[in-house]
Design a protein around this ligand. Structure first.
Ligand code: AMP
Length: 430
């Protein structure tokens, strides 16, 4: 048996591949990237690229030592048998903020909008919509504490989903307050759960000391039962004056812009650096527990990485989960176009000439040519299989006169075109 790809990864295969149900259709994947790129660049975001591996310490500080991501799901990078202290990035934000600080981007006009996309790595147990290598589109805005920036970020995530054709997504919006509010909430949770310590899962016993809020995020049924029984009050009840005003302003903007959302009083993002606004985009097609995307304000991150305070907000959309949701809604993707022209020679001595004409003609669009001589009937069959718009044949007689015989495969019409006129002819049809 040929070698197989690692568990929890997918190949991105070309259209027409027989095993697309297990894999990702590369053209659909690229369509998602392209729609996101357009929406984000129109909002003024510039592309930023960061390494796929980073210092383990960056991820520990950025994502938070108490998270499952850091404690259980890191891929460590070894080279020549040595541990280099590097990990594959599990998300993009920590790397983007590191690059912002390291690259002196604070000097650019604020707020600075950045976007990126690419693979992320988490050693999770594989299931539908949960991969070990998955891909995100990320949007980050650095340098403004303004609630309008949060609202715009939510609206942009929504716009990407809508522009992709998604109709049944729901935004769940919450706030996790300022650090003092969270401390108060964590104090409340500690007092509430401590008498029931023995009923918590081992992970949550640990969370109770490190970060009690994360117990609410637990995937364990045992924990969720206890949470239900105790009637835990939501974080929103603990918001201070400033966080409450900020949350109100975000909601007012979204309402004015007709971006639909539901308030989710229980929202707790798994990452430690979030402040105030937090939201997720959900869809029934990928299961209740799985979000298509998540975002929030993370004013505390830059300082946690050793930099100055930089107020910031950002989000990530999971491309594979978006594709699952779109598939669930039956959204069709634009088909990849075939070549504008498929070109072939009828005899061996003109194969090189056909190739040369083909190479030149690419200035006008996608042009492919045959590598062997073909009979006229096979030229049209080959052109058809490739879904070409036009098919051209060149024989000795045409070669001598400097012309091509071109058939429009849509209309069935054939005509002779001078090689010197080919560019104009193709441009008119591109
Ligand atoms: P997070 O960084 O955990 O907020 O994740 C942001 C988004 O990335 C999620 O909403 C998912 O769409 C996607 N995502 C996270 N983890 C995975 C995974 N293991 N497999 C596939 N997509 C994921």
């Amino acid at each position: 048996m040929p070698l197989q790809r690692p568990k929890g990864t997918q190949d991105h295969l070309p259209d027409g591949s027989p095993k697309l149900s297990r894999d990702v259709q590369a053209s659909a994947f690229r369509h998602v990237q392209e729609v996101a790129r357009r929406a984000l660049e129109r909002a003024g975001a510039q592309f930023i690229g960061t390494p796929l591996f980073e210092e383990a310490e960056l991820v520990q500080r950025g994502v938070g030592g108490s998270t499952d991501i850091v404690r259980k799901e890191m891929f460590t990078v070894y080279y020549f048998g040595d541990h280099g202290g590097y990990v594959l990035r599990p998300e993009a934000t920590a790397g983007v903020v590191r690059a912002y600080l390291e690259g002196g981007l604070k000097q650019l006009p604020a707020p600075l909008k950045l976007w990126t996309h690419g693979p992320m790595f988490r050693a999770e147990r594989q299931q539908k919509g949960r991969l070990r290598q998955f891909h995100q589109v990320d949007y980050e805005v650095l340098g403004s504490p303004d609630p309008l920036v949060d609202a715009e970020a939510v609206a942009l995530m929504w716009a990407v989903a809508v522009q992709l054709g998604l109709q049944r997504g729901r935004i769940k919006l919450g706030s996790i307050g300022d650090p003092a509010d969270r401390e108060a909430y964590n104090g409340y949770l500690r007092a509430l759960f401590t008498p029931h310590l023995e009923r918590l899962s081992d992970d949550s016993k640990d969370r109770l000391t490190r970060n009690p809020m994360r117990i609410l995020d637990s995937k364990s049924a045992q924990d969720q039962d206890l949470i239900g029984e105790l009637g835990v009050r939501p974080m929103l009840d603990f918001l201070g004056e400033d966080a409450r005003t900020h949350f109100g302003a975000v909601q007012a903007s979204l309402r004015a812009w007709e971006v639909p959302f539901d308030i989710d009083p229980s929202i707790v993002r798994g990452l430690d650096y979030y402040r105030r606004t937090a939201w997720e985009l959900h869809h029934e097609g990928v299961g209740a527990k799985s979000a298509l995307g998540g975002g929030g304000r993370y004013d505390g991150l830059a300082a946690q990485l050793g930099g100055p305070e930089v107020p910031a907000v950002g989000w990530a959309l999971g491309i594979e989960r978006l594709l699952l949701a779109l598939e669930d809604e039956g959204v069709a993707f634009p088909e990849v176009q075939g070549p504008l022209l498929f070109l072939a020679a009828m005899d061996e001595q003109n194969v090189g000439l056909a190739a040369q004409i083909g190479l030149q003609a690419r200035k006008a669009g996608r042009v492919e040519f045959a590598y062997r001589a073909l009979k006229p009937g096979s030229v049209f069959k080959e052109a058809d299989r490739r879904r070409a718009r036009l098919a051209a044949v060149i024989g000795s007689e045409e070669a001598a006169r400097g012309v091509l015989n071109i058939k429009d495969l849509k209309t069935g019409e054939s005509r002779e075109v001078a090689v010197s006129e080919l560019h104009t002819f193709l441009e008119e049809r591109a």
